[in-house]
Design a protein around this ligand. Sequence first.
Ligand code: BG6
Length: 514
Amino acid sequence: MSPDLPPEEVAIGPDATESVALGAALVVFGATGDLAHRKLYPALASMAAKGQLPYRLVVVGVARTEMDDDDFTAEVHRTIDKAAPDHAPGWADALDRRHVQFRYVPGSIDDPEAFEQLRAVLAEADQDLGAAGNRLYYLATIPQFFATAAKGLSDAGLAEEQPGSFRRIIVEKPFGHDLPSAIALNDELHRYFAEHQIYRIDHYLAKETVQNILALRFTNAIFEPLWNRRYVDHVQITVAEELGVEHRGTFYEKAGALRDIVQNHVMQVLALTAMEPSASFAADPVRDEKVKLLRSVRPFDPDRLVRDVVRGQYDAGESAGIEVPGYRDEEGVAPDSTTATYLAMRFEIDNWRWAGVPFYIRTGKRLAKRVTEVTLRYHAVPYLPLPHGAADSIEPNELVLRIQPDEGITLHFAAKVPGSPFRVRTVPLVFSYKEAFDEDPPEAYERVLLDAFLGDATLFIREDEVLESWRIVQPLIDAFGRGEVPLARYPAGSWGPEEADELMHDSDDTWRCL
Ligand code: BG6
């Protein structure tokens, strides 16, 4: 820590006990793209305002558009100005205070000349701007360029870590498009970067409420004893989106809900919900337990796929009071597309904790509202000591982890209705993040960048995790490709195809009404 700086200027992290190297360079590949503009630059502004950036940060944009350092600086400032004025007050001064500088390298990722230029810019950043040899390479590009960028960095001598400084590479999703391509991408990245240098993002892990699954389960005495097959009837995970595919039709056609949401976000939420306690919340103990859990997910039975998996695609309908087109009429989408925009499925987990407890998941675009939740539904009581009619409206207990947007937790339990005769009804016990804590939770990308600067890989996906989750979904990719699971239809703005109710065919279970 530099002696001439007040501690708040160099310490980052909520309690100022974590600190980042004083200087660093953040190299953004895809610097003019959507992700950089929507997420990364606003996150930098917000982090600067909170004093969470390395002191002396050089942001180096790399993209094909021709522009110079001043144009790039102006472009980033414009973006931040539009995106972040409310939650990052005083961001411009904050960037200045932390000596944040912007540099720009025009060029294509497959052009070695661009990397030579990058090398020169980074050398200048180290020597004159205090970047201290620390580098975070952010691949905010299309996935086809991930391996090319890694190779380009390595060929230019920019990948290998030097003593006393770090070189980390952040890889966005999708990480491969199936199991073989994910294996190939891992192998390729490992040719140039060691595993400890690779930070694979799943922005769901950076959500406070997703991290809170660990806190709830493993820092309280009252929940964990009830978190198993003896008490839990089944688990539901819902990731519902109100939006359609927006301007990402071409990408989504190839991804569909399986690759876009299930293989990554849903698998991560499932792993945190179902894993065994880890020895600590540090990166490897947590990731070891997640991998163990993912390995216990029972492979899909090809003969039961039609019973265990429902695919759907949205038709035209009404979303938030507005008429919206069907998926096949979206820009970039084939008029006869069979891509699933909705998936519901039933998982089994083969271990002692969860044997016989179905995990139902559902996700979709253009559903009735945006909501992500995990629900543990408990067994019904074995016997109700009440006369007929006195307990008509009680439901089995439910613990609902409200991931977004109304972040919190709700426990549904039965209570006596005041007055006589003696009747009971299910009531909610509600915890709300907003009411309990004063601060707004940081944006997921702030957390991602902060942890990458700090070198804390807990919220990033390890190689074996990514492969395990592809292993789980690969039989579905194959079966969908062979057209073995029919495509149901649902109107935009609904709760998805009716066929999803059939998933629970061999029980009395129902999807939670949201
Ligand atoms: C992204 C998907 O990973 O997650 C998008 O590519 C999806 O299609 C988004 O909309 C959902 O993220 P969030 O944070 O809004 O739930």
